[in-house]
Design a protein around this ligand. Sequence first.
Ligand SMILES: Nc1ncnc2c1ncn2[C@@H]1O[C@H](COP(=O)(O)OP(=O)(O)OP(=O)(O)O)[C@@H](O)[C@H]1O
Ligand SMILES: [Mg+2]
Length: 498
Amino acid sequence: MNRLRSLRLRLVLIVVALLAVVAAVIGVVSVVVLQSYLVGQVDNSVRSAVQRATHGPGDGDGPGGGFVLGQGEGTVIALVQGGAVVSSGYLDADGRQQTLTDTAQAAILDLAADGRPHTVDLDGSLGEYRMIAVLSTSRTTALVTGLPLSGVQGTVGQLGTIFGLVALAGLALAAIAATLTVSAALRPLRRVAQTAATVAELPLDRGDVDIDVRVPEKDTDPRTEVGRVGAALNRLLSTVGTALAVRKASEDKVRHFVADASHELRTPLASIRGYSELTRRTQPDLPDEVRHNLGRIESEAIRMTKLVEDLLLLARLDSHRELEQEDVDLSLIVVESVGDAHAAGPDHEWELDLPDEPIVVTGDEARLRQVVVNLLANARVHTPAGTTVRTSLAAGVDGAVTVRVADDGPGIAPAVRETLFERFARADASRARATGSTGLGLAIVRGVVEAHGGTVGVESRPGETVFTVTLPPAHAGLAPAPDSTPDGMTTGAVPARA
Ligand SMILES: Nc1ncnc2c1ncn2[C@@H]1O[C@H](COP(=O)(O)OP(=O)(O)OP(=O)(O)O)[C@@H](O)[C@H]1O
Ligand SMILES: [Mg+2]
């Protein structure tokens, strides 16, 4: 059980158990000491009674019929001769002499005649006795004298009861006091644990995290154990906070570098492409080989431009830059993109499923267009000729908009299934290089969709691959940028990649 492991319960149990042991030891010792003291007193009285019985009226060999007279209440006197009780009796509460029962007499016969007190259990209402047996001068007769232990037992019993009750009450009080004290002592620890739990819930793995949670000042007193834990946790939080800030700064640096580099590369790439095209066009009598090489330079420059644009867009998405927030006619984007895809891939079947009313969302038109274009490009590039690609657009009851791109191609290769939406995730890297695939398309899809507060999912098996993009309804508000640090990145609209 979990409760048994709690420190509070354990401490309380330990305190109560220790107290119980101490109380038990004190109680037992007191009872034993008191009992032996009281029994000693009874023994002295018995000895006096022996004196009175042997030196009282009558001869030395045995008192006559009224031999217990003159003794105290309860006193038992017996004469033993030849292994049998010849005369016996005791005084009852009214001072009258009573005879002993047979069992009591038998118990008396077992007594050793050594003149020392022994405890004898007499039968019936008499109970336990301290008895002394002395031999007469002729050594034929033994005189047995005894006094009851009932008084001693009553006193000892009462002491034991009182002690037990007081001990129980004390234990109950101690348990309550210990619970309160321990709870109070552990309360700071609970606050420290609360702080740690709060920090554990912070999304520390992304963005600009500022850990401003700290253990309260009053729980960081280094003179107490809990205070030291609290202070150590605060130091740890500061260190982690600094480390995260450093990490963030270096990430930002890399991001800026990628963005700047991509941006800077666009112009020379455009020049390479432009000059090769110009040369090819204006020099009609170029040898075929040169013409071919110029064509290669041109297509590679186009490919590199696309890669650079993708990297720039990803870097910008990473730094959570504000998106445009305009009304975007998604129906139009889908119609145009499918038309372009048809032109680029005439060997595929292109189907379109649109609602009658145009569907409008709030967001960045160029980037949303790129989402659709990337999904259609995948359905074209990664499937064989003859594949049917069905694009559908629908608005849900809650206004959320769904774009589905489904194809009946071979499905997504298992090798990339896990990392599909990550950067540079490609099924076959060596083949991909030949086809100009870089593996950034779906990373961009996810980045853009999530920046719009939407989700993207995929289901794929041979013969059916479906990408589903869900976007929030128009004017639902874009996902709040968790990190809106002003960045020093180069600005400029990102052109759509159509
Ligand atoms: N419709 C699909 N059918 C089969 N495989 C797909 C499909 N869409 C994506 N894939 C697989 O997922 C991988 C990643 O796709 P992604 O769009 O991210 O990169 P890419 O298409 O290879 O390159 P890029 O889009 O940057 O030119 C692809 O390489 C391909 O193996
Ligand atoms: Mg792609």
